[in-house]
Design a protein around this ligand. Structure first.
Ligand SMILES: Cc1cc2nc3c(=O)[nH]c(=O)nc-3n(C[C@H](O)[C@H](O)[C@H](O)COP(=O)(O)OP(=O)(O)OC[C@H]3O[C@@H](n4cnc5c(N)ncnc54)[C@H](O)[C@@H]3O)c2cc1C
Length: 497
């Protein structure tokens, strides 16, 4: 079967779906393919024993000003994006001490959006035991990080977090430890290999209220996909792209098991490494480009658990749990990867049903929490050790949860790969992001234009240089790539290719 489109988008993750919808809105005939049964990629909405939602802890949706807001506005559907914001509950312990909450989690309290002035650093300073002049120094440093100019950020693309802190010995140690911890949890990176510029994403969003979209993260992409179809786009799920066709040096279409689709532009949301190495094939690229693509470094991966509780137990909606002994630098990561026992672990815990009661059956509660791990889809030893410590630690912090557990579902790097990219190189597949290391991110992020005319990448790997957090980056890429592709289509018409 041969079918003709102006553009084929392979992958209906947040980036691919937003790109496809924006192109359909410009009047192009767009086909959106996904290997899975639904859209949303890593954030796809799934069913679990009578509950639904994302497979892993997903908090931190921008209440205002995020990339999804930009896309919804562009598509004229902004009234459909509703986000509930609640205070983050930070739980921390100093080495050898007991776990301590920075504030009581007020279940019913929504953040007062009009008067929100960002996170209160004093709560953190109290929790860290920071005193006197150290508090002023830490506050000044946080203000500095929150207000770096684009030029300063470009320079900070070349300095690792570890190097930056080594140059600032006057900064109190707990601040460094906190920045390393937050980067690990929010950017899935290690301070020795990731540039200091990535910290700006944390402060950019930390200064704004963050929350959870009503209906769940997956629903946010589903609404965009519905608009895409309303605009005339064609969505085909359970349609894995097996190869991207290249003829006379140009992208010309996609082959799935059941069909051959032809189009002069192919946009791949399937990951830059699987696209180059598997879907197109190394032979179509210059050797140095293939070496560059193979050299892109994956971020940390994720392993976690979803508990369904038979009753409502926890009052808060988003918890960050960490200790002096939980964050990793490269040495600590390698120690655990090679079989060393984790001391404490960093945990991000979300209670989606405390944001949106419809996320759990009446009377029950859903807890989704997890920690970082290697992105390697085959590394079961590290997963087992981390899961064991994570569940022990949850029981230390919230003993009241244990007797209420009705059902557990585990998720790790293999589940991430199943909802996202196919593993293309050993040691990868379960990453949150690709290219977050020095020389690969920020202004060095891979170009969304491949060397093959008509072939583009969209999503977390390429197309956004703004150092944004979470799905904001891939969605920003969707916006940028839709512009590039539209321009390419106009150029094609003009030049008569
Ligand atoms: C554990 C975890 C927690 C996260 N928490 C948050 C959070 O709290 N907040 C936040 O904003 N972000 C969070 N993220 C990040 C967010 O999920 C990603 O940034 C986002 O999903 C990446 O979008 P993407 O467009 O790059 O594509 P992906 O989500 O990676 O989707 C790629 C799509 O391509 C499809 N595909 C792949 N290969 C093929 C093929 N050959 N043929 C057809 N289809 C194919 C896949 O099925 C998938 O639908 C989290 C991610 C993880 C893993």
């Amino acid at each position: 079967m041969a079918t003709d489109f102006d553009v084929i988008v392979v992958g209906a993750g947040p980036g691919g779906t937003c790109c496809a919808a924006l192109l359909a809105q410009k009047g192009l005939k767009v086909l959106l393919l996904d290997k899975n049964a639904g859209v949303g990629g890593k954030q796809m909405d799934l069913e679990f024993k009578g509950t639904h939602g994302e497979r892993w802890a997903s908090g931190g949706f921008a209440v205002q000003g995020g990339s999804f807001h930009d896309v919804y506005r562009a598509l004229g559907i902004e009234s459909q994006l509703k986000v509930s914001a609640k205070p983050i509950v930070a739980i921390y312990r100093r080495s050898g001490m007991t776990w301590k909450q920075a504030r009581k989690p007020p279940q019913e309290v929504e953040i007062d959006m009009e008067h929100y002035k960002g996170m209160d650093p004093n709560l953190l300073f109290d929790q860290w035991g920071l005193k006197g002049q150290d508090r002023d120094v830490a506050l000044q440093a946080m203000a500095e990080m929150a207000s770096w100019t684009p030029e300063q950020l470009d320079q900070l693309d070349d300095i690792t977090m570890t190097e930056w802190f080594a140059r600032r010995p006057e900064l109190p140690f707990p601040l460094k430890r906190y920045i390393f911890y937050v980067s690990q949890v929010m950017q899935e990176c290690l301070p020795d290999i990731t540039p200091m510029s990535m910290v700006s994403g944390i402060f950019h969003y930390g200064a704004r209220p963050m929350g959870y979209p009503l209906g769940g993260y997956g629903r946010v992409t589903e609404i965009v996909a519905e608009k895409f179809e309303e605009l005339g786009g064609k969505l085909v799920t359970r349609a894995r792209a097996e190869s991207i066709m290249v003829e006379k040096g140009r992208a010309v279409g996609v082959i799935t098991r059941d069909a051959v689709y032809r189009a002069p532009v192919v946009v791949s949301n399937a990951g830059i490494q699987p696209t180059v190495l598997k879907l197109v094939g190394e032979d179509h690229f210059d050797k140095s480009y293939v070496a560059y693509i193979k050299g892109l470094i994956p971020s940390l991966g994720y392993n976690g658990v979803r508990y369904v509780l038979r009753e409502k137990v926890l009052p808060g909606a988003l918890y960050q749990i960490w200790s002096d002994d939980s964050w990793w630098d490269l040495k600590e990561y390698l120690r655990i990867r090679s079989g060393g026992a984790p001391r404490d672990v960093t945990i991000a815990l979300i209670v989606p049903s405390n944001y949106d009661p419809d996320m759990a059956p009446p009377g029950k509660q859903v807890l989704v929490f997890g920690t970082n791990c290697s992105p390697d889809t085959r590394d079961d030893t590290m997963l087992k050790a981390l899961n064991k410590r994570m569940e022990e630690q949850m029981a230390e912090v919230f003993p009241e949860v244990v007797p209420a557990i009705e059902h557990k579902t585990y998720a790790g790097p293999r589940d991430v790969a199943a909802l996202s990219r196919d593993e293309a190189l050993p040691g990868s597949g379960g990453e949150f992001n690709l290219a977050i290391s020095i020389g690969q991110t920020g202004r060095y992020k891979p170009s969304a234009r491949s060397p093959i005319p008509g072939l583009y990448y969209v999503g977390m790997d390429a197309g956004s240089t703004r150092r944004l957090l979470g799905s904001n980056g891939p969605v920003d890429s969707g916006i940028n790539v839709s512009r590039m592709v539209y321009q390419y289509c106009l150029d094609r018409q003009f030049a008569g290719w």
